[in-house]
Design a protein around this ligand. Sequence first.
Ligand SMILES: Cc1cc2nc3c(=O)[nH]c(=O)nc-3n(C[C@H](O)[C@H](O)[C@H](O)COP(=O)(O)OP(=O)(O)OC[C@H]3O[C@@H](n4cnc5c(N)ncnc54)[C@H](O)[C@@H]3O)c2cc1C
Ligand code: SF4
Ligand code: SF4
Ligand code: SF4
Length: 446
Amino acid sequence: MSTPPAGAPEKTVPASVTTPVASAKPPAGLPSPTTAAKPASTAPPLAPLKSSVEGEGWKPLPKKLKIFGNLVTEVVNKGLCMYCGACIASCPIDILFHSDKEEPIMRGTCAACQVCYYSCPRIELPLAEVEERIFGRARRPEEAILGIHIGTYSVRAKDPEILKRAQDGGAGTAFLLYALDNKLVDYALVSGFSAYDPWRPEPRAARTREDLLESAGSRYTPGGQVGGLADVAIPNRGGVNFEEDKIAVVGLPCELQGMWRMNTHWIATPKLARNVVFTIGLFCSKVFDYEKMMVDYVQGKRGIDLRTVTHVNVKKNRLLIRVGDKLVIDEPVEAIGAAAREECNACIDYSAELADLAIGAIGSPAGWTTVLTRTPRGEEILKSAEETGYVEVKPLSPVDKGVKFLERLCLKKRQRDPSAYMRRTTAFPKPEPTLVNVELPMKTPA
Ligand SMILES: Cc1cc2nc3c(=O)[nH]c(=O)nc-3n(C[C@H](O)[C@H](O)[C@H](O)COP(=O)(O)OP(=O)(O)OC[C@H]3O[C@@H](n4cnc5c(N)ncnc54)[C@H](O)[C@@H]3O)c2cc1C
Ligand code: SF4
Ligand code: SF4
Ligand code: SF4
């Protein structure tokens, strides 16, 4: 097992310190090993000791129930909830739902099972352990900034319809289409649109090329994506066969964190991710509040009917909104600065470090998608999609606007403060009994 990341890294420490690189760093709270020779001990000989819990002996730590109310107090009310949807998907009695305020809400009586609390990546995210589970190894020092990866590419879909509807080079949609056509998966969990509020994202199970085309492009507000896995687990929610269906999941870095937290914590719900064959993660620097960005600003202040908007982009620090072929907003992104969501201030993952395939615009020429293959499966999907004519692929430039540029943005994001969740103090004790420190009486010399 690799060593976990430091628990409360300072804001400006170098990335090699804030990232879960395979290093000799001890877990937070433990003293650093030192190479300096220790001075000879001058401590007095130990006095005979007594049990610290006289008469009780070994005793497990008291376990305090942590339920949805605790999640609200410790995450939602503290501005840490990034609306990944993991808690919503994980509730075994299906009483957690998506809300218009882009946070989970409860409708019903809680069974106090604690599953939602321990599914939340903002309660704790032991990244090094999670990476060990996903990749089977720890990061190498040279992967400190970009995360574990195999290849870096610029990719473009060959299907002209995908290119027309996609955000950049359409690699995301093309990979999913390749996987559906070749029966690698039965459906892809993508970001669709609410039937009631135009441009409000919500999870969608895409089964066909048409479904994928309708969900292509980016929404810059969160949609509780992982909550879509509830369709898998909860029989009355949708037409998905939990036992058999194979799934691909697309999500923002924090949404994949939610999925993996849910999948790796022993008290959470690993079964929900059991059928996930591969994941596509989107690069991300921040999201915005739907009401403030789309309703109050784009529709309210700028008078653009959201039902007519065809494309939304945030690129090179500009907000770009199209209605058909017409660019109706092209202005500094500061115009919607007040709509930026607070929880992103604690996020250090720019390049979707927990995905099989990480995709974004940065690093590639316009009209192409930058792709990092992080697992052998991700690499295989890219190569097979290329061989079968779904995408064209070229190496990502190692300099200039390529890898170096991407690294700079990743590094910049590392300077945010993740100590609110990259910690180990609130973790539920592991299944092994956790014991009160009981000292044994010393043997009386004969
Ligand atoms: C909120 C947000 C912030 C981003 N920030 C950056 C950035 O800073 N730098 C950068 O290089 N790239 C960023 N991207 C990624 C970029 O916008 C493109 O998604 C990426 O380049 C892939 O393009 P594509 O044409 O290959 O994808 P497409 O073929 O268009 O496929 C995109 C896929 O993403 C899904 N999707 C769209 N919106 C969401 C959402 N809100 N949540 C979950 N899934 C969604 C779609 O359903 C679709 O399956 C961001 C994306 C989002 C949604
Ligand atoms: S997951 Fe368990 S603790 Fe959380 S809301 Fe559902 S029943 Fe309550
Ligand atoms: S699991 Fe995700 S949606 Fe639920 S409280 Fe945590 S961050 Fe928010
Ligand atoms: S910046 Fe981080 S927390 Fe915010 S939406 Fe992007 S991945 Fe999620």
